[in-house]
Design a protein around this ligand. Sequence first.
Ligand SMILES: Nc1ncnc2c1ncn2[C@@H]1O[C@H](COP(=O)(O)OP(=O)(O)OP(=O)(O)O)[C@@H](O)[C@H]1O
Length: 278
Amino acid sequence: MIRVEKFTFGYKKGKPLYRELDFTLGSGKIYGLLGKNGAGKSTLLKNLIGLLYPTSGSITVNGFRPRDRKPSFLRTVYFIPEEVYVPSLTIEGYVRLFAPFYPSFNREMLNSYLHKLDVQTEEKLTKLSFGQQKKFIIAFALACNTGVLIMDEPTNGLDIPSKKKFRKLIASIMNDSRTILISTHQTRDLENLIDQVIIVDDGELLVNTPVGAIGEKLSLQLVETDEPELAVLYEEEAVRGRLVMVKNENGKEGKISLEQLFNATVENPSALKSIFAN
Ligand SMILES: Nc1ncnc2c1ncn2[C@@H]1O[C@H](COP(=O)(O)OP(=O)(O)OP(=O)(O)O)[C@@H](O)[C@H]1O
């Protein structure tokens, strides 16, 4: 369980990047964190694992204050940064050095995940390509079996088949006691994987909703002519006219992609915030 209360953070005094954010992330769910470039996704993730500290407000992760960086906390979380770093070691050497920090690390699981992600090598990790290094770190992170797993842009640098394997693997290791938070720009990489979507923009948390509830709140309509009475939140070209997103008032559920939700949110932040607040 991750609890964030009145979280305010800024790199410079008097210039907060986040202002009084409140949210809770429960166990047994995969959360997707979306936001424009520079919105502060990495900054938020780093605060959750104690690499940065809130200016004010509080964060607790499984009852620990991340900023204290207690060993008993660190063994329960794994953070994969956007740019991974691997030392000049073989897989064996890496496991000998880093696995002891994680009491639930499982070597058989690591072998299986490496096999599934197509990373097998006797060579030093530094000889692997960037994508292979990233896949190694993902496999290692999953094999650590931490209750909280936080990934910053994990699919960046992965080829198309690897993205699919990544999704399959994450879905397969999910259980009721785990909390997984993934930040991404690549909304299509997370489609059908995440349970709940969080969108941050301009220091605020605008949307925090189960993916299944998006179609209850918003709907898409195909329009051929201008319809001024429609309160359009977002629109895109379609083969026979325009596809417009409006507040769902008729109760009929439709399918809205994460990309469409994200585009609508950054184009109409206050409207979307208010729709998802209720
Ligand atoms: N160490 C730092 N010192 C000062 N400002 C920083 C630092 N790191 C990030 N920032 C600024 O904070 C803001 C948020 O950055 P952050 O990297 O968290 O955004 P992001 O949403 O992860 O971006 P992207 O999608 O481009 O990776 C940006 O304006 C960035 O310039």
